[in-house]
Ligand binder design. Structure first.
Ligand code: ZN
Length: 159
């Protein structure tokens, strides 16, 4: 069986940047389970996994365009300090912003007397991603899983 649309796939992965720093890894956790082809993973990862089989180990280099997007300067904004009235804030802190329809993660980049500089870019925007991937398991998704759009079972979603 090959990785293709609506297969439930389990992978182990390690993500490093071009400097070799490990940014994320499934080591020490269970493998990552997902339904392939639904856009749950970044496009570069779905493309790289397509057609792979259990036991395949490979490296994948993903450009920002196929990863978390290019860094957009217009996503960096100045907010008056008063907007955070009563909240403890510090550089590097992340919080959710946006409307109910679209939530996104914002990182505080700088704080001065009057303004707070916030960055709405994904922390990995503009970063070239290097994945080491091993395909652990591939199976057909159940009808329920396809209808719900997520994996059920021990390592997946519980209702
Ligand atoms: Zn479900």
């Amino acid at each position: 069986m090959k990785v293709s649309l609506n297969k439930v796939v389990a992978i182990h992965y390690t993500l490093t940047n071009n400097e070799g720093t490990v940014l994320d890894s499934s080591n020490g956790r269970g493998p990552l389970n997902f339904i392939h082809g639904l856009g749950h993973l970044i496009p570069g990862m779905e493309e790289g996994l397509d057609g792979k089989e259990v036991g395949n180990k490979f490296q994948l280099k993903v450009s920002p365009e196929k990863g978390y997007g290019n860094y957009q300067n217009e996503m960096v904004q100045q907010v008056p300090v008063s907007a955070f009235a009563g909240q403890e804030i510090n550089v590097g802190m992340q919080f959710e912003a946006g409307s109910d329809e679209q939530r996104f993660l914002v990182t505080i980049k700088a704080i001065d007397a009057e303004t707070v500089t916030v960055d709405g870019n994904h922390p990995l925007a503009g970063v070239e991603l290097n994945f080491d991937i091993e395909v652990m398991e591939i199976r057909e998704a159940t009808d329920d899983e396809i209808a719900h759009g997520h994996v059920h079972g021990p390592d997946g979603h519980h209702h």
